[in-house]
Design a protein around this ligand. Structure first.
Ligand SMILES: [Zn+2]
Length: 165
């Protein structure tokens, strides 16, 4: 059983905050300064864009996107191994609805009777959507946490053996 949940949350390449406060209506004398400021700002933005373009060019496709299992916070739909761009930040866009309602899912491999299962239940963490309180797995009722731990290896092995029969 390969651990497919080992990816860390490397979401969001934060763009440098280059946008200063936009100057409101101003007297004529300030125009040149404003124009100069705008030119500098444009250069900074251009620099950021170019740097990103070069970075994305040098990165292989596997580095530029990765696959995540996501849950839609509105519909509950699970998108298993959904490709997401590293440029995108949480929440990701649901391709079906066009809404940004997809959050990384935590996998729960526990069964109700305390054993393990090979096909996990994917759970949306309360904290991912800003809800208070612990997240309980709808299947087994256990608490689900960020980087949810797997059941003990021997239980996983047992599940694999049962599955193989
Ligand atoms: Zn569970």
């Amino acid at each position: 059983m390969a651990d497919t949940q080992s990816s860390s949350l490397m979401d969001g390449l934060h763009a440098p905050d280059v946008a200063g406060p936009a100057p409101a209506a101003k007297p004529r004398g300030v125009r040149q300064t404003a124009a100069l400021g705008f030119a500098i700002l444009s250069l900074v933005v251009l620099g950021v864009v170019l740097t990103r373009a070069v970075q994305s060019h040098s990165n292989s496709p596997s580095e530029m996107s990765k696959r995540r299992t996501l849950v839609d916070s509105e519909t509950g739909t699970v998108f298993a191994n959904h490709p997401v761009s590293l440029q995108e930040t949480v929440p990701f866009t649901n391709p079906k609805t066009g809404k940004r309602t997809l959050f990384p899912a935590e996998a729960c491999y526990w069964t109700k009777d305390g054993g393990a299962k090979l096909t996990p239940t994917y759970v949306l963490l309360n904290e991912a959507v800003g809800k208070p309180g612990p997240t309980l797995c709808p299947d087994c009722g256990r608490k689900v946490v960020f980087h949810n731990p797997l059941p003990p290896a021997e239980d996983m092995l047992k599940a694999a053996q049962i599955d193989a029969k």
